[in-house]
Design a protein around this ligand. Sequence first.
Ligand SMILES: [Zn+2]
Ligand SMILES: [Zn+2]
Length: 159
Amino acid sequence: MEQLTGRCGCGHVTYGLRRQPLIIHCCHCTDCQRETGSAFAINVLIEAEEVEIFTGAPEAVLTPSESGSGQKIWRCPHCKVAMWSNYNGAKDAVHFVRAGTLDQARSITPDIHIYTRSKVPWVSIPQGARAAEEYYDVPEVWPAESLKRRDIYLTRRRS
Ligand SMILES: [Zn+2]
Ligand SMILES: [Zn+2]
């Protein structure tokens, strides 16, 4: 797979992913629907330090979440387009990169659909695709290589 690269709406912030994603979510939760103004969000999960910023400096905006713990959404300081978020679960170790900001957005296919309980009725989950009513058990779903990488960032967070 070629290197994934992306940018904000005005081009001030450009970035690239140094590694392949840990996993790709298609999230149908009501937070994602509200924040994107759409039916779902596609999030490419990757270690924060593997996101390389080529130009610009995204700013963090604290945004409420349904769980009450909040999330940090990183936006271009000029056009305010959101490029990635940090959620409470993985703290700041993992960036949830918004697939639509990638130059290769059309080649991104979700590994799993989550929070399908709040999916809009006119969206159908593709046949054979993995799906969860809410969240899922990470060790059950992530590829072995991604789980190894997860062990590394979880260990680092504890130390
Ligand atoms: Zn911008
Ligand atoms: Zn969501």
